[in-house]
Design a binder for this molecule. Structure first.
Ligand code: NAP
Ligand code: MG
Length: 405
């Protein structure tokens, strides 16, 4: 079989620990035999980040902006223990945070669903994708404890000297106080990323806030979304047969649970943090969650939602063959290859990405899976739990059949 050619390179960001091991295995077993891989390679492994004083992360993010599609392996976010372990000269920032701020993107997380493992919520038939606004609000708040009686005020002084002042509360006792903010520019980017992604994936878009209570703050989010929708997306959504739907966060929660899935739920930062953990748990497993960062001008970075699976890596270093689930990392590659193919008008590459996903899902549906999934398996015929390498070989056999058809 002749290898599929790539017209434009894909930005490849390697990472750490168990996922780095899996990264190579996926390339060797499932990609390189079929595709003439054309990538611009960045090693975001912690050793290289240390060696380059983290410049490599910035370069990788800039390359993602330049080429438009990237695929990223999970990476270690250093903490005190990692400083020691890797002899770091500095506690380098989270690569994902750095990439997100350079790409000004929104993260979309969606579960991979397979026959034989059903969501806890029995009416969910299609994936629910959460879009979390990853900027501002409580994550950038200023707060402190109020020591005792006194007046708390909210004061804004404009660069032109004009100021606004309002009493928050006349404290008669000790308490707590917090100031949060967000920026129109960031909300606008978030809205564009959501509308773009909905159009791209042909799914309805839901958005929820608490605008009835937060009449200025949350209402601004609602208004910005509505304005952008009317001006730039309503006609396109109608053409695609998809809808934009705004509702209160409490109403959204109830509707999501009763829904059959198959839509994107855009959430403010805190709501997205909490709801994405709830939704992913209800769908089954973190190892089956994909994640894509989409910038408002349509650049994409695909990755797995899970981390570097450190515990499995330490066992691997002791010679054990781990049964770590590679699905989310495979789907990061397939998602990136499909998107690259789509942008380049490269139909064989798109088809390859689709077949790779089909082969992976079919392997699990046939009862062959990694250990983490075997415990969730519901069919009568028991599941066969295999090591990662064996699982990849099983996928490869199915992929060869599918590509040959
Ligand atoms: P983690 O790597 O997601 O793993 C947590 C646990 O979840 C694992 O120990 C394992 O449970 C299970 N798990 C996760 N992915 C799995 C998979 N593919 N197959 C099977 N089981 C899986 O999270 P962590 O241990 O909190 O973090 C480890 C490192 O990853 C940290 O250094 C953190 O900074 C980094 N991290 C990176 C990203 C990213 O790059 N996007 C995201 C999160 C964390 P069992 O051990 O019980 O089998
Ligand atoms: Mg969280």
């Amino acid at each position: 079989m002749e290898k599929i050619q790539m017209h434009t390179p894909l930005v490849e960001m390697n990472g750490d620990e168990m996922t780095r091991v899996i990264w190579k295995a996926i390339k060797d077993e499932l990609l390189a035999p079929f595709v003439a891989l054309n990538t611009v390679y960045f090693d975001l492994g912690l050793a290289e980040r240390e060696r380059t004083k983290d410049q490599i992360t910035v370069e990788a993010a800039n390359a993602a902006r330049e080429y438009g599609v990237a695929v990223k392996c999970a990476t270690i976010t250093p903490n005190a223990q990692r400083m020691e372990e890797y002899k770091l000269t500095e506690m380098w920032k989270s690569p994902n945070g750095t990439i997100r701020s350079i790409m000004d993107g929104t993260v979309f997380r969606a579960p991979i669903m397979v026959d034989g493992i059903s969501p806890v919520v029995k009416n969910w038939k299609e994936p629910i994708t959460i879009a979390r606004h990853a900027y501002g609000d409580v994550y950038r708040a200023t707060e402190y404890r109020v020591p005792g009686p006194g007046k708390a005020e909210l004061l804004f002084t404009g660069d032109d000297g004009a100021s606004f002042r309002q009493t928050i509360y006349d404290f008669e006792c000790a308490g707590v106080l917090q100031g949060q903010y967000n920026k129109d520019s960031s909300i606008v980017s978030f809205a564009h990323a959501c509308f773009q992604y909905a159009a791209d994936t042909r799914q309805d878009l839901w958005f929820s806030t608490k605008d009835t209570i937060s009449k200025q703050y949350d209402h601004t989010f609602k208004d910005i979304f509505q304005e952008i929708y009317e001006k730039e997306y309503r006609a396109r959504f109608a053409e695609l047969g998809i809808t934009y739907f705004y509702t209160l966060i409490d109403d959204a929660v109830a509707r999501v649970i009763r829904s059959k899935g198959g839509f994107i739920w855009a959430c403010k930062n805190y709501d997205g943090d909490v709801m994405s953990d709830m939704v992913s748990t209800a769908f089954g497993s973190l190892a089956m969650m994909t994640s894509v960062l989409v910038s408002p001008d349509g650049k994409y970075e695909f990755e797995a939602a899970h981390g570097t699976v450190t515990r499995h890596y330490y066992r691997y270093l002791e010679g054990e063959q781990p049964s770590t689930n590679p699905m989310a990392t495979i789907f990061a590659w397939s998602g990136a290859l499909k998107k690259r193919g789509e942008l380049d008008g490269n139909a064989p590459l798109v088809r390859f990405g689709e077949k790779l996903e089909q082969a992976s899902i079919a392997t699990i549906a046939a009862g062959i899976m990694t250990k983490d999934m075997a415990g969730l398996w519901e069919k009568e015929e028991p599941a066969r739990a295999v090591e990662t390498v064996q699982f990849l070989k099983e996928i490869r056999a199915r992929l060869e059949t599918l590509l040959g058809e």
